[in-house]
Design a protein around this ligand. Structure first.
Ligand SMILES: C[S@@+](CC[C@H](N)C(=O)[O-])C[C@H]1O[C@@H](n2cnc3c(N)ncnc32)[C@H](O)[C@@H]1O
Ligand SMILES: [Zn+2]
Length: 287
């Protein structure tokens, strides 16, 4: 995206005018004199929070990363394929840009609090809004809302940014270990997610409940290696190690044909051990 295209979408958070002065180090708004500094060519609207560590891990591709990440990839890919070419997409909390390439045929903007090399602008979207209302056909929140203490504010801002008929895509883990601590605040049930959609006047266009007992088994076994075995006495330790290794071997052979997990409709409540939810909420076409 050229600076001109970017500056048509990214507007002055104070007065909503375009940034019409593009110095290599700073953009400025001639209507209200608001300025935003650039870091490595990207506007940085807010300083990043000190308690949060930047993320190094990159899991990019249909067959990369954990079963949950791969399920996310399939879901996001399917939604992207249903959008017209050139649709306006905003990836909020895009991190290392793992899903950017899925939107190669769309007009994609990735943002994050951190000025990661893979994003287009750095902003805390709860505090500062550098976009006009009704700007995007799709807003993506992939694995973000569990890390946002004030998630209600963030979701309502995302809903505000949707065009009429636009969609909000959320993926969010449920039975997943704590990660990116201490910035891991929430887990949501589908009851909470439906309520969030309703309070933002969004309807549920698609909702997938992702289960994967073998991924949970893997987590359990990893927990035994990391946290249980180190506490054992030496001889007992050796016996337990052999048993756990056997269980792990068995589990690996059983999961071979179930590695992708199972996606269920929410009505089918036969497995309450949900690994995560993948949702598509929609703004009314007349809103
Ligand atoms: C777990 S990462 C997910 C990254 C990416 N969406 C993915 O799934 O690979 C969550 C990201 O949300 C970002 N984030 C959290 N709160 C945010 C906010 N208020 N505005 C913008 N980004 C935010 C974090 O900095 C972090 O990079
Ligand atoms: Zn301005």
């Amino acid at each position: 995206m050229t600076i001109k295209e970017m500056s048509e979408k990214i507007v002055c958070p104070r007065c909503q005018s375009s940034f019409d002065k593009h110095d290599p180090a700073v953009w400025s708004c001639s209507s209200c004199a608001y300025t935003v500094p650039l870091f490595q060519g990207k506007p940085v609207f807010s300083g990043h929070p000190q308690e949060q560590q930047p993320q190094d891990k990159i899991e990019r591709g249909a067959d990369k990363g954990t079963a949950w990440r791969r399920a996310n990839w399939r879901f996001i890919h399917a939604i992207a394929a249903s959008l017209p070419a050139g649709a306006d997409v905003l990836d909020v909390g895009a991190g290392r840009g793992d899903f950017r390439q899925i939107f190669a045929h769309h007009s994609y903007i990735g943002l994050d609090i951190y000025p990661y090399p893979e994003i287009d602008l750095a902003v805390d979207l709860i505090e500062i809004n550098p976009f006009k209302e009704r700007s995007f056909d799709l807003v993506v929140l992939a694995n973000v809302i569990e890390h946002v203490y004030e998630y209600r504010k963030l979701i309502s801002r995302c809903a505000f940014l949707l065009k009429p008929g636009g969609q909000l895509l959320i993926t969010v883990p449920f039975l997943l270990k704590l990660h990116q601590e201490p910035v891991d605040y929430h887990r949501y049930t589908h009851y909470a997610l439906f309520q969030l959609a309703e309070e933002n006047q969004l309807s549920v266009a698609r909702f997938e409940v992702y289960t994967n007992p073998f991924a949970l088994l893997d987590e359990g076994i990893a927990d035994v290696w990391e946290n249980v075995l180190p506490l054992r006495q030496r001889i007992d330790h050796l016996h337990t190690k052999v048993k756990v290794a056997l269980i792990q071997k068995l589990a690996n052979s059983m999961k071979a044909n179930q590695a992708d997990g199972v996606v269920k409709p929410v009505q089918e409540n036969s497995n309450p051990r949900v690994l995560g939810y993948m949702c598509l909420f929609q703004k009314d076409a007349l809103q």
